[in-house]
Ligand binder design. Structure first.
Ligand code: MLT
Length: 206
């Protein structure tokens, strides 16, 4: 199913208070990638899972990059706005409360989720950022006002320096988010510790 140009999957939540997980895949992934993870993380949750619209040598992404870890900021901002519009359109189309959306993003998907939080702070009720970088530093910090953010970084991630992941956690703390920052014994790929930490965080969220 396509909407605002996003190929996507929507599944309604199976209980009244369950969140809607916005699943954002990594480079080369698609809307199917994180479905089984979501099933483990929060089986009652609804799912909104778009496929990134940018193609890099045939691999879907959520925004363009100039090199590994070097982002096309103009495209990032445009794509972030486009994704925010898609969330609002999807809430109206499927009849869910946009304030129940919690992003679960991996790598490139976590980076656009971080960008959403920084530039469209109303778009999400929270976020799980797995292997995220600082997408950009906003001129003015958004007011995140206790918004829950879980950052899961890999201790041996060859793509993200320890200073960069620390900077990300500080950026969100400075913006007032309720940050939980965990460095797991893993590289860029997800490990069982990520799944356990994300499931616990989702279950304990108010
Ligand atoms: C990736 O491979 O997806 C990068 O590490 C993150 C990004 O480019 O957004």
């Amino acid at each position: 199913m396509a909407d605002s140009g996003f190929v996507h999957i929507f599944e309604p939540p199976s209980s009244a208070n369950a969140p809607i997980l916005l699943l954002l895949h990594g480079t080369g992934g698609n809307e199917q990638d994180l479905l089984s993870l979501a099933e483990v993380l929060a089986p009652d949750a609804g799912i909104l899972s778009p496929r990134g619209k940018v193609l890099e040598r045939g691999m879907p992404r959520f925004f363009r990059r100039l090199a590994e870890g070097v982002f096309d900021i103009e495209d990032l901002k445009f794509r972030t706005g486009e994704l925010a519009d898609f969330l609002i359109a999807s809430a109206a189309r499927y009849g869910f409360d946009a304030h129940r959306l919690i992003a679960v993003g991996f790598s490139n998907g976590a980076n656009i989720a971080a960008s959403l939080l920084l530039s469209e702070p109303e778009a999400l009720a929270g976020a799980v950022l797995m292997r995220a970088m600082v997408p950009f530093v906003p001129r003015t910090l958004p007011v995140l006002d206790g918004l829950p953010v879980l950052i899961l970084s890999g201790a041996a991630d060859p793509l993200i320096a320890a200073t960069d992941r620390d900077r990300l956690a500080k950026l969100f703390s400075d913006a007032g988010a309720a940050v939980t920052y965990q460095v797991v014994p893993a590289g860029h790929n997800l490990a069982p510790q990520d799944v356990a930490a994300a499931a616990r965080w989702l279950a304990e969220r108010p």
